[in-house]
Design a protein around this ligand. Sequence first.
Ligand SMILES: [Zn+2]
Length: 99
Amino acid sequence: MSRPPAPRYCAICGTELSPNARACPNCGADERTGWREQDPADGLDLPPDEEDFAAAHSRFLTEIGHEARKSRNRLKHVVIVTITACLVLAFLASMFLLR
Ligand SMILES: [Zn+2]
């Protein structure tokens, strides 16, 4: 895996860097700490920052809530259908028995 080239200037302190510098000679920032975010070739999926995480988390909770409501509605539907079927069966049975 090839190392991305160092930026021309340190992103932290602005010291000029040699093209194959691996760390800033002045402040010690390196590609892992200092200038990684400046690197446009960085294709890694870094974890989202805290704000994105909070938004994703609340969206997740909202979806969970929707799912719970949906399944409650489904349960209510099943109960209504079952009661209706029982009433119809009871009605038919009474028609036969009272004849
Ligand atoms: Zn520096």
